[in-house]
Design a protein around this ligand. Sequence first.
Ligand code: AMP
Length: 299
Amino acid sequence: MSVLIVGSTALDSIKTPSAENPRLLGGSASHAAVAASFFSPVRLVGVVGDDFPKSYLQLYKRHRIDLDGLQILPGKTFHWSGEYEMNMNNRRTLLTELGVFETFTPSLPNSHQRSAFVLLANIAPALQHHVLNQMQRPKFVVADTMDLWLNIALPDLLKLLKRLDGFVLNDSEAHQLTKEDNVFGALRKIHKLGPRYVIIKKGSHGSILSGPDGFFLCPAYPLHKVVDPTGAGDSFVGGMMGYLASEKNPIERNIRRAMIYGSVVASFCCEGFGLKRTTRVTRTDIERRVTELQKLTKF
Ligand code: AMP
C-alpha cells in the first residue's frame, strides 16, 4: 500500500563544528519520503520554488516517489539553516525563510485521497488538518511536530491529536506538551489527548512506544560517528510508516518491527549531510543493521 507524506520540502544549510553545507535537499517530507521509499510506494505532498534544483527532483524520482502532489511555484523554496554544537545534539536554528510555503494550500489529486497510510510530517498543524480533511477513510494516520508549533499553534495541534492514530514527538517536546518530567507519565498524558499510539523519540537513546499492547523500547543503532543528525526523526517515522504499509499483518503486530526499520534508516541519515548517505543505502544494508540490532537486544 502507498504512504502519503505531507511536510516541508526544503533547502537546508547546515553547519557542524567540522563542516558547512549550504542548500542541501532537506525538509521533513523529503527525509520521510526517501526513508519510506525503501519499503513502499510513496506519494509526496509539498511545494518548492522555481529555484529548486532539478537534480533534487531527480533524486526523488530515483526513489520512485510520486511527485503528482508536489507543486512547483514561482518564488523561493523554503530555506532552513541550523548549526550544531560540539556534542552534535544541541541545535540552533539560524534562519527560516518560508518562501512559497507561506501561501501553500495543497489540493490532493484524487488518487492521493485514497492512500491508506498518511504521514503528516512536521509542518504547521493547520496544513496537517487541511490535508487530513481531504483523505477518504485512511487506515492509519500518524503525525510528527516540533517545538515551534507547540509555541505558536497549540490549539490547532490539540485538535489534530484527536484525529490521529499515532503521534511521534521527541522527549523535550513531550515535556513541553505535558509538563511531565517522567517519560512514561508523559506518554499517559498524551494518550488522553487522543492518539492510540504515542512514540517519544530520545535521539541516540532510541525511542519508546506506548500503544494498545503496552510499551516497546526501541533501540537506536549504535553509531561511532554522527556527521549530521538533521532529519533523523523524519527518517525514523518515514521508515516506520513505509514498513507498516508494506506488510499485510495488523498494525499492532508490525509496529515494533516497523520502529526498528525506522531506527535503522535514521542511523544512515546521521552518517552524512542532509540526504547524502540515505540516498545511497540499499535494502540489503538496511537488513544487515536490523539483524545486528536484533542480536544486540536479545537476552
Ligand atoms: P529533524 O532533524 O528531524 O528535526 O528535522 C529537520 C528538518 O526539518 C530539516 O530538514 C528542516 O528543513 C525541517 N524544518 C525545520 N524547521 C521547520 C519548520 N518550521 N517547518 C517545517 N519543517 C522544518
